[in-house]
Design a protein around this ligand. Structure first.
Ligand SMILES: [Zn+2]
Length: 142
């Protein structure tokens, strides 16, 4: 019926949220900015990685023996004071430009979103490539 569900002409509301890259598959949980939870000057997703991972395990999306920090992950927050979105993620995600673009699109993020790394987001793969690099450097000592 006309009048009930007339589409909103504006852009969808940008989201804040958390995400993982699990074996080349994106797992994203996000909420519209108007439902985000304030902390300090920022607005963030109501669920932490740990809490949402518990739900993913319970619902069988991920295998129970897998840990939330076994995979590259990141989050999107909004600084209300600066009016800026921050996309903070593991370098394993950031180096995959197509995945970054996909997450930004899924969450309706503006082009001005600041994309950066975060020390919290380092998967075992990051450590491995670092120790591999050290190993390669060590080989020069021979
Ligand atoms: Zn990584």
């Amino acid at each position: 019926m006309k009048g009930c569900g007339e589409s909103n002409t504006g852009q969808p509301e940008p989201r804040v949220g958390i995400f993982w890259l699990v074996a080349n598959r994106l797992i994203v949980d996000a909420s519209p900015l108007s439902e985000a939870e304030p902390y300090g000057d920022c607005l963030g997703h109501r669920l932490s990685h740990i809490r949402y991972w518990a739900i993913l395990r319970k619902t069988g999306v991920v295998q129970p023996e897998l840990e939330y920090d076994d995979f590259p992950r990141g989050r999107v927050t909004y600084n209300a004071k600066k009016q800026e979105f921050y996309f903070l993620a593991d370098t394993c995600i950031l180096k995959d430009k197509a995945k970054v673009a996909k997450i930004k699109k899924l969450m309706y993020l503006p082009a001005s979103t600041i994309v950066d790394t975060d020390l919290h987001y380092k998967c075992p793969g990051c450590d491995k490539s670092e120790s591999k690099r050290e190993q390669e450097e060590a080989d020069w000592d021979f």
